[in-house]
Design a protein around this ligand. Structure first.
Ligand SMILES: *Cc1c(COP(=O)(O)O)cnc(C)c1O
Length: 326
């Protein structure tokens, strides 16, 4: 099975547990959390799951150098840097914007992890990767490109496997989840969860909260997710037909735009922190958690439902956005 062919990078299964204080506060809803902030890879996060498959593919192809891209505060780039350290691969990060005087948050960690950083101005989604790849090939290196956010079918396999992991935990805890909230931004997490939900008959209603409205590789986020899902369904032999309505993303909480921190994200971070002692991040999970609280407050979900929030990580970005979070 393709799901077993991966390079170990994290500590799995990540914990699945109830948010007891919040479940009381929002009763009769029961709220649970899946702790991918605890994957263990240089402070954790959801990209660890994708990278287990992507790094394996790079090694299978005899590559010795990884190139990937993102924003300066990219959690994906920080986890890729750590994965390369473990796998003895050279790592090049192509980060949007210009070099700041002082490194902070994820950028600082990526730097400490020993990667080569290229600042690419307006291009924060890997538009410049092709040129760097050619240059490295001329130098005799064997580069492997990991796409923006690690989001292709190989990366998404990490979240198909995550649903298998979740199913085993649900059986042990004698639990059925009705609604799953999570942050969706480059599509791989959502695509994998969508496929895994069907492959393992979990019958959860997925509620992906959009984080970034802009296009990637000329595709909207929903088109991107559908593209990955359709590639994956053949390889995983899933019979369902998928169209855009199956990968619908909630963009109502996304008005401010990518990486712009509002009172909403701040309120969500504070609420989970003071009620459960768990830290969200301001860009992704803060926005998605706010959306979930809003759904519950407005009773947009049937009462007594079991609700799962998938914590996808992002801790280091809190330090970069300190001014907005004070
Ligand atoms: C990348 C990321 C996401 C979104 O995952 P995608 O697969 O890119 O949609 C959510 N949360 C955090 C903390 C992330 O770093």
């Amino acid at each position: 099975m393709i799901l077993n062919h991966k390079f170990d990078l994290g500590f799995f299964p990540t914990p699945l547990h109830q948010l007891k204080n919040l479940s009381k506060k929002y009763a009769p809803y029961n709220i649970f959390i899946k702790r991918d902030d605890q994957t263990g890879l240089a402070s954790g996060g959801n990209k660890t799951r994708k990278l287990e498959y992507l790094i394996q593919e790079a090694l299978d192809n005899g590559c010795n150098t990884i190139i990937t891209a993102g924003a300066q505060q990219s959690n994906h780039c920080r986890q890729t840097a750590a994965a390369c350290a473990i796998a003895n691969l050279k790592c090049h990060l192509m980060l949007g914007g210009i070099a700041p005087k002082k490194y902070n948050g994820n950028l600082l960690l990526s730097h400490l992890l020993g990667v080569e950083i290229h600042f690419t101005g307006e291009n924060r989604k890997g538009e410049d990767i092709k040129n760097l790849k050619q240059q490295l090939e001329l130098e005799g290196k064997k580069p492997f490109v990991i796409p923006y956010g690690g989001s292709n079918f190989t990366g998404a396999l990490g979240f198909v496997n995550a649903m298998k992991e979740l199913k085993a935990q649900l059986i042990v805890q004698n639990l059925k989840i009705d609604y799953l909230f999570f942050a969706s931004s480059s599509g791989g997490t959502q695509a994998g969860l969508t496929l895994g939900n069907d492959l393992y008959n979990l019958n959860m209603k997925l509620i992906p909260i959009g984080i970034d409205k802009s296009e990637t590789q000329g595709m909207s986020l929903e088109e991107m997710v559908l593209h990955i899902v359709n590639e994956g369904k053949q390889l995983l032999k899933i019979k369902s037909e998928y169209n855009l309505s199956d990968v619908k993303i909630i963009n109502a909480y996304n008005e401010a735009g990518y990486g712009v921190i509002t009172e909403n994200e701040k309120a969500a971070i504070k609420e989970l922190a003071k009620s459960e002692g768990i830290i969200l991040d301001p860009v992704y999970t803060g926005r998605a958690f706010y959306a979930m609280m809003d759904y519950l407050k407005k009773k947009k979900i049937p009462s007594k439902a079991n609700i799962l929030f998938w914590h996808t990580g992002g801790l280091p970005a809190n330090f970069y956005y300190a001014d907005q979070l004070m």
